[in-house]
Design a protein around this ligand. Structure first.
Ligand code: GSY
Length: 164
């Protein structure tokens, strides 16, 4: 059985519904077991900043999919949720990214694993910490990478509480 970590983000439409549906579709797959969810976080946009705030989370899954099969399934979820992305790094209804897949390293541009920008993004590192503090990127813990980010970036990631 394989273990993978996914990052999920949304800043268009009903963001809470988008995250819930993405998790539901992961659970619907016959090849995915044990979907463990992080807490939800409201986050300031990273990259292209003239856009609405995101809701972000990460999930840990156990799966029989191989990496490219999982990529296809993540893309299917994005299609199912009518992903719209007009501007590169701009607003989107849903983004489902593979962050880690066992300890696979893939340098294929269609599937870069570990995801190349994990260490720069508090909105990924913080939910990942909810799931597994032991994860390493280039032999450094995610906590060490978080310590390298500015306090402002960390502050911009607020846990979402009391959301129905
Ligand atoms: O793949 C990430 C999409 N994205 C996000 C995101 O999910 N959250 C935040 N806060 N900023 C982002 N910028 C991009 S691109």
């Amino acid at each position: 059985m394989n273990k993978a970590y996914l990052g999920i983000g949304t800043n268009m439409g009903n963001r809470f519904d988008n995250l819930s549906k993405a998790c539901e579709l992961l659970r619907d797959s016959d090849s995915i077991y044990e979907v463990k969810e992080s807490k939800l976080y409201e986050t300031k946009p990273w990259g292209y900043t003239e856009q609405a705030d995101f809701l972000n989370m990460c999930v840990e899954i156990e799966t029989e999919f191989e990496p490219y099969e999982l990529l296809e399934y993540c893309q299917k979820i994005e299609e199912e949720l009518h992903r719209k992305r007009i501007v590169h790094w701009g607003p989107r209804t849903i983004d489902v990214d593979i962050l880690f897949f066992n300890d696979v390293v893939s340098t294929d541009e269609r599937l870069l694993i570990p995801h190349p920008r994990i260490q720069d993004r508090a909105f990924v590192l913080i939910p990942l910490m909810d799931l597994n503090e032991e994860l390493l990127i280039n032999k450094k813990s995610i906590k060490e990478y978080l310590n390298l980010l500015s306090a402002k970036e960390i502050e911009e990631v607020k846990e979402l509480v009391g959301y129905e």
